[in-house]
Every structure is written in structure tokens, then in C-alpha cells.
Design a protein around this ligand. Structure first.
Ligand code: PMP
Ligand code: GLU
Length: 392
């Protein structure tokens, strides 16, 4: 029998998706489980967006999208949104491609940038898919660990120390999954300096840009003129518009990279679903109050969950600036994050994702999504508080 590749054997499925599936399975078996593993809005997609998709289907928008890189009204809507929000001047026809989900956009961007063996700097804690996708493409992920004690700050010296002649790109995610950290102006300067010094691409994952708290808007790295020609923005509809199941993301950046990613897109996905693209046009061009309402709900939940975890004697959570994840640390423990996540699953029947999945091994962190109903969050914190002494 022919065998699957060596990579296939050593590869693991996405741990966030796996834990999410596990929570759903436990619920189906009748367990009183609270699943906070998946990073997915609990809100339904706003009705005017759903209606636009239904209309598109009724209008016969059921064929391959043309052009395959995205229908013109959507490319134009993304260009207009990028100008409105970040002052960018993008050519809709050469600087943007639409993909079936931001995750595939990441794959295509890296495929366009990396030759085999090229290295990519990835600050940790990182979103689980960054190193996996780099590896899938034949690149080498190079992790730079930041810590909660240092407010997850990125430092130029630490970044510089990891640069080699093979370093080709750095992945930045602000607001961050899993910490919510938003880059300060000093950190942005450090990333820009490094990218210029070492001649790197920057993948700027801005998928949580709309979910920022306390009135500090997220800044697009592409709005910094000195580095604009090396920044590839990754964004999508999933988080801001509660559209995870619609699978729609995009890349925006230098025409060379976008053109290459577009070729790979046409040879793999062909295009994102056509009626989904019409829905995205309605979302981006339509009223934005729904985004703001959801953001406010996340902010209230953030307030609750940060104080909730900090009220548990052996757990602590720094403030969370954006996205919808808490990443509390278990203090004074000898246990690993995997052990902690398992004990919480067993004793509190609350499902989170261990910090190890996000590249953090030194401390025992666990990620809980707070894109969930407040009653569930309250109960989760109560249950964890009642058994947290077992985590010592
Ligand atoms: N980037 C980050 C940081 C994420 O958390 C996600 C969520 N899966 C994505 C990109 C991609 O999202 P999607 O594929 O749903 O567009
Ligand atoms: N981004 C979300 C998460 O981190 C969805 C799952 C995934 O794609 O990893 O949980």
C-alpha cells in the first residue's frame, strides 16, 4: 500500500477545533458541559446579511464566482472599507483577493512568500494555525515567547536575536488570539524596524480589528508608509460579523504577493462561494451598528471574566484589550497546561484550550472564549472557582 507523507503522520488537527468538537460531543451525550474552546461568536449573523445571501441565491448566483479572486463589488467594498478604517489606497483589482476563510488566506499568503526552508518569526502566544501552516508549506516556524508578566510585549532585541539569512516573514496578530494584546506604538516601531533591517514580509492578521475595548482602535500595519509595501493584511468576515460558517476571508497587500496567492487560490479553492460574497458586500457596505452592538457585549463579558478569574485565589488574568479570549494563568502550580485543561474538563466540565497549543510551555495557561452567553460564563467561572484548589 502506498503511504501518506511523513508530514501527514506527525501533523495534528487544529487543537481549538478539536476541543470545540469535543465539547459539542459531550453535550450531545447529555453532559452539562460548558464549551469555551472554539473562537466563534455566539451571535447569529445579522439578518440583513443573511437576506443578501438568500436574495443572491434566488437571483441565481450559484455558479463559480468570476473573477475567481473575488467578485468586483466585494473587492471594491474591501478597498472602500480599508480606506475608511485605515486610510489605505488599495487597487481592488490587483491588491486584494477573496478566499474561502481567513485560514486559507494565511496558507495562500505563506505559499506566495516562502521557499522551502525559509523561516517565519511567530511571537507566542500565537494562534494555533500559524506554525502548522508554515510547516505544511515547507517553511520553518521560529517562535518568540512573550510572557504575561511582561504584558506580552514584543521587544526589538528579542526579535533581532532570531533573525537568520533564511528569515523571510513575521506574523503579527493584533488584537491577539489568545491574549487580546494590542501592539503598542513602541512594538509597532520595533516590528517596522526589524522588517526593514532584515527585509521581511509582515503578515498582519487583523481579523479581530473591530473587537477592541476601551476606545483604542486597532491600527493597520499597512497604514505605516515605510513598510506598507511589505505588509500583507489577513482579514475576514468571521469575527466582526459573526460569520464563521460562511467561510469568507481576504488578503490585501503588494500586487506581486496577492497575484501569486490568487493563482494558488484559483488552482485550489477556485473561489469563495458566490452567494457568500454577495452577503459580504451587504455586510461591509451596510450599517455597522450590529458590529458595535456585538463589540459592546464582548466588552461587558470581558469585564466580567477578567474580574471573575482574578477573584479565584490561584488564577490570574491580565486585562484584555481586544478579541474575545481570556488566557488566565494558574499560579503556583507544578502542573502543565494540558494537565490543567484536563482537570478543569473533568471536575468543572468546562472546556478550554491548554496554553501549550498556543506555544506557551513555561506557565500553565488555559484559553477560554468569552464569545458566549453571560449566564454560561458566570457558571463556568463559578465551577472553576469551586475546584481551582485542585490545580495546585
Ligand atoms: N486569524 C486568527 C487569529 C483567528 O483566530 C482565526 C479564527 N479561526 C482566523 C485567522 C481565521 O478565521 P476564518 O478562517 O474563520 O476566517
Ligand atoms: N480562530 C478560532 C479559534 O482560535 C476558531 C478555530 C480555529 O480556526 O482555530 O478558536
Amino acid at each position: 500500500m502506498p503511504k501518506a507523507t511523513r508530514l501527514a503522520k506527525q501533523f495534528t488537527a487544529s487543537p481549538t477545533i478539536a476541543m470545540n468538537d469535543k465539547a459539542k460531543q459531550l453535550a450531545a451525550e447529555g453532559h452539562a458541559v460548558i464549551g469555551l474552546a472554539g473562537g466563534e461568536p455566539d451571535f447569529d449573523t445579522p439578518p440583513h446579511i443573511v437576506e443578501a445571501a438568500v436574495k443572491a441565491l434566488r437571483d441565481g448566483e450559484t455558479r463559480y464566482a468570476a473573477p475567481s479572486k473575488g467578485i468586483a463589488p466585494l473587492l471594491e467594498a474591501i478597498a472602500a472599507k480599508s480606506e475608511r478604517d485605515s486610510g489605505l489606497r488599495l487597487n481592488p483589482m490587483s491588491d486584494i483577493i477573496v478566499t474561502p476563510g481567513g485560514k486559507l488566506a494565511l496558507f495562500l499568503a505563506l505559499k506566495a512568500m516562502l521557499d522551502p526552508g525559509d523561516e517565519v518569526l511567530i511571537p507566542a502566544p500565537y494562534w494555533v494555525s500559524y506554525p502548522s501552516v508554515v510547516t505544511m508549506i515547507g517553511g520553518m516556524p521560529v517562535t518568540i515567547e512573550t510572557t504575561s508578566d511582561d504584558s506580552y510585549r514584543l521587544r526589538l532585541e528579542q526579535l533581532r536575536a532570531q533573525v537568520t539569512p533564511r528569515t523571510k516573514a513575521i506574523i503579527i496578530n493584533s488584537p491577539s488570539n489568545p491574549t487580546g494584546h494590542m501592539l503598542s506604538s513602541e512594538e509597532i516601531e520595533a516590528v517596522a524596524t526589524l522588517a526593514l533591517e532584515a527585509d521581511l514580509f509582515i503578515i498582519s492578521d487583523e481579523i479581530y480589528e473591530k473587537l477592541n475595548f476601551d476606545g483604542r482602535p486597532a491600527l493597520s500595519l499597512a497604514s505605516i508608509p515605510e513598510i506598507a509595501d511589505r505588509v500583507v493584511i489577513l482579514n475576514g468576515m468571521s469575527k466582526a460579523y459573526a460569520m464563521t460558517g460562511w467561510r469568507l476571508g481576504w488578503l490585501a497587500g503588494p500586487a506581486e504577493v496577492i497575484g501569486a496567492a490568487g493563482k494558488f487560490n484559483s488552482q485550489t479553492a477556485t473561489s469563495a462561494a458566490t452567494f457568500t460574497q454577495h452577503a459580504a458586500v451587504a455586510a461591509l457596505n451596510g450599517p455597522q451598528d450590529c458590529v458595535e452592538e456585538m463589540r459592546q457585549a464582548y466588552q461587558e463579558r470581558r469585564d466580567f471574566i477578567v474580574s471573575g478569574f482574578n477573584s479565584i485565589p490561584n488564577m490570574s488574568s491580565p486585562d484584555i484589550e481586544g478579541a474575545f479570549y481570556a488566557f488566565p494563568k494558574v499560579d503556583r502550580t507544578t502542573k502543565s497546561s494540558d494537565e490543567v485543561a484536563n482537570i478543569i474538563l473533568e471536575k468543572a466540565v468546562v472546556v478550554g484550550v491548554p496554553g501549550s497549543a498556543f506555544g506557551i510551555t513555561r506557565d500553565a495557561h488555559i484559553r477560554f472564549s468569552f464569545a458566549e452567553d453571560m449566564n454560561k460564563l458566570r457558571e463556568a467561572v463559578e465551577r472553576i472557582g469551586a475546584m481551582a484548589h485542585l490545580l495546585a
